[in-house]
Design a protein around this ligand. Structure first.
Ligand code: SF4
Length: 391
């Protein structure tokens, strides 16, 4: 029997209200289901823990050692903090957990008080990811966030005072009516707080969201021009790097040693198990997820039909696994480590993907740099063209 180091993701799909840009599986009107949902989550954690690794494709049993735990959403801080403690307790009782385990909790400043943070700390949470998105209150309002910048500052200060020493701040760029000056001003404010990690994603306008309606149908705002969006990205990169942050993934920056272990493992194609509605898993070369329907997820667990929650996505063969390894690895700024690829697959990616690499290097989208294959600056702007070659 083999011991596997894996990540565990727990999805909490409840939010106080729906942000205008959000198309995640999250609900603002289903608080009445929280208690039953958490019971199912605990049941699913025990189920996986007891059988060590649920592998319905090969029936193999492996011992699991948890390297990372990530509680995301939704808004995990929107529910009573006793549930977060219960979830961590059940994990600890049912899994072998690494001594240096990274336990991340996503929190929203509009749902936080000191007593909640204290319980998180006591539960063993050692990394907080705070959704700020913008330091400008008008922008926050425009995108439907429930908090102000001042409330974020209060959350941040309380967290530091309670001893949280690994904090990520989530930001966004290319938001409606956001100017480059506003973004730069916000970055400076955030840098002054000295967080360990900053994630910054460009707005993606998703059909079916309120913001899509306002921009496309009501013409309330202009969509940010692509050139301005790219300018914002490059300015962000320059400012954060000058402030000592390491740009380690397309949208992620960290102080040395504070890269997100959980996300890095995903980009390194390592295994993880997802628990809860819509949570995705990757195990024994199989990608699968749970149903996105909260009601169906609960119904199936309460009626002993938990297997019905699973949705099969893909069983990888060596070729599809190698392609995905390239696609995920190229998200990292360091790129794909050629020796690591050889260790995994026993073959050299330069030969396996010689046509793709020739094409992409000719177009100056990627480069072979010593032992790494990585995106060029042009490739950072046009990463989608690179992914297409490895689909
Ligand atoms: S808090 Fe996060 S998950 Fe909830 S609606 Fe806003 S963006 Fe979506």
């Amino acid at each position: 029997m083999e011991t596997k180091s894996i990540g565990l993701y727990i999805h909490i799909p409840f939010c106080k209200s729906k942000c205008k840009y959000c198309d995640f599986v999250s609900f603002s009107n289903k608080e009445h289901l929280v208690d039953r949902y958490i019971n199912c989550i605990k049941y699913e954690i025990k189920d996986i823990g007891l059988s060590n690794l649920r592998d319905y494709t090969e029936g193999k049993d492996d011992l699991i050692n948890l390297k990372t735990i990530y509680i995301g959403g939704g808004t995990p801080s929107a529910i009573d903090s006793k549930y977060i403690k219960e979830i961590i307790d059940v994990i600890m009782q049912n899994f072998q957990v690494d001594n240096n385990v990274e336990i991340t909790l996503e929190i929203n400043p509009g749902t936080i008080d000191e007593s909640k943070l204290k319980i998180y700390k006591e539960s063993g949470i050692n990394r907080l990811s705070i959704g700020l998105q913008s330091t400008n209150n008008n922008t926050l309002k425009r995108i439907g966030r429930i908090h102000t910048y001042e409330e974020f500052l209060n959350t941040y200060e309380l967290s530091r005072n309670l001893g949280f020493d690994n904090i990520n701040i989530d930001l966004m760029l290319a938001l409606p009516e956001q100017t480059i000056d506003e973004l730069v001003d916000g970055l400076k404010k955030v840098i002054n707080l000295k967080p360990e990690h900053i994630s910054i994603y460009s707005l993606i306008l998703e059909e079916g969201t309120k913001l899509y309606e306002e921009i496309i149908n009501e013409k309330k705002y202009e969509l940010t021009d692509d050139n301005i969006e790219r300018k914002m990205y490059w300015q962000t990169k320059e400012i954060l790097e000058n402030a000592g942050f390491i740009h380690y993934e397309i949208s992620n920056f960290a102080r040395k040693g504070y890269e997100s272990k959980h996300n890095l493992a995903c980009w390194n194609q390592e295994e993880y198990i997802g628990v809860g509605a819509s949570a995705h898993s990757y195990s024994n070369n199989v990608r699968y997820s749970n149903t996105e329907s909260l009601e169906e997820y609960i119904y199936n667990y309460e009626n002993g039909k938990d297997i019905d929650n699973l949705i099969f996505h893909e069983k990888q063969n060596k070729e599809s696994k190698m392609k995905e390894y390239m696609m995920l690895g190229l998200r990292k700024i360091q790129g794909v480590d050629i020796n690591a690829f050889k260790n995994c697959f026993g073959q050299n990616p330069i030969y396996i993907f010689k046509q793709e690499i020739y094409k992409l290097t000719s177009e100056k989208l990627i480069m072979v740099d010593g032992n790494c294959i990585r995106l060029t600056n042009k490739g950072l702007d046009l990463a989608n063209l690179v992914w297409e070659e490895f689909v």
